[in-house]
Design a protein around this ligand. Sequence first.
Ligand code: ACO
Length: 490
Amino acid sequence: MNSGQIRRSSFAEKDKEKMDKAKIEKIQKILTPSIPNSSKKCKLTLPDGEEIELPVLIGKAGPPMIDIRNLYSLSGYFTFDPGFTCTGSCVSEITFIDGEKGELLYRGYKIQDLANNCDFVDICYLLLYGALPSEKDKIKFDETMKNEMLVHEQLISFYKGFQSGAHPMAIMVGVVGALSAFFHNDVDVKDAIQREIAAIRIVAKIPMIAAIAYRTAMGLPIVYPKKGLSYTENFLYMMFADPMDPDYKVDKFLAEVLDKILILHADHEQNASTATVRIAGSSIANPFACIAAGIASLWGPAHGGANEAVLDMLDQIGSVDNISACVEKAKDKNSNFRLMGFGHRVYKNYDPRAEIMKDLCHDVFNYLNIEDNMYLNVGMALEKIALSDKYFIDRKLYPNVDYYSGIVLDAIGIPKSMFTVIFALARSIGWIVQWREMMSESSIKIGRPRQLYVGHTQREITKIEERVDSYEQLSDLEPKSKKGFNIHKP
Ligand code: ACO
């Protein structure tokens, strides 16, 4: 190589560097929301009569917010809001819910329009890049995703540590967390390119991770994905294919239904699991570990575990005749029972996803020629009774996305223990784009709420022989439910 060639190539490299930098900056600008400037202020009168002014932030939609970031330095007070019922923790451009109207938008598009016109891969692209893909974009993105579908063979060894019969969500928490061991030393979360790669990796790999969780729980051999199948077809294929039957075919109609279910669950702004992912990520933790934290949070019956709990509830009701007793129990403040799949922190109207899910239910039952189904019969009758009951009307309690999702998934042939896993699979895109949005901000505040301390004030230690017996060990007692864990069991 002569000196002219060296100069030309170093110019070419510099040009490429410049173009790459410009591309990163452009994407960063599109995908990083900024806190709006405030022109309005509100006044807060403190108990001593002093008045302070706080800025009011106005977003593109939704209620205005009082900016309390400087409240403590201005007043010496914190705010108290368990469950963050009135507290905004971030600015975001990804998803918007109007709970009063029952409206849900992903990047400005109505959920109904997206469910009718797009597939789940389009939605992943939309959430990741802020726009729907062109034909060319889609082909490229699809190929990128497919190239990332396989998991490291050694990750598969982790599944061997779980006993058959283990809940697939328990396996998901463990295995997705373990993914961080495969992508840690090389991951620089401050690098926009690496953040995008991490996002594509988790979304592409999660169908295989979820399908193996199921096959492990069932003691079945692993099936690998196929490039010729779509994202959702691949998941169904890896779940249900018989390795001894080369002719196994995924049902196209049911795959489309599942694809719509994934769209409905893809993101839902700052819900418990997404907030968990953001808080975990705020300490600059590994993104795959953050997603595992989100999966753990999703599992509970008050959140994504409700779809499984709805079917348990319908099983317990068993017949339309028992609905009134169930509704009375749900209203009884002395019972811990709630109507599962009913109510929502944000929706004070019909959850638009529940409406689409209900239609999907009828489509699937028609397609499969199911005329009489206890879950659907009892589910629909229970919904009707609850929606005309004063208790539910007064509290604006409507069916949420999980009310009908279990009924559809059961009809498709998905086992109950996989319902929340499917939710996690779909929500992995939402979690990771929310994480990426936060990580792309120029300064990241670690998530760290305050508390109202009501314990002892400082006290002196007494010598052990002077202390009175006070230890009441509850684990000496017999647990009410035999389902609970036994502390003496390894
Ligand atoms: N059945 C009976 N009563 C209910 C229900 C229900 N499903 N949901 C709420 N209520 C009542 C509460 O008892 C409370 O009554 P009160 O004012 O007399 O005390 C009132 O409605 C408000 O309820 P909160 O618990 O304050 O509402 P919050 O916003 O904190 O809870 C939640 C929302 C957790 C979803 C709740 O409605 C619930 O437990 N639903 C059942 C579980 C469920 O379906 N979860 C899935 C949610 S969607 C998702 O995560 C995908």
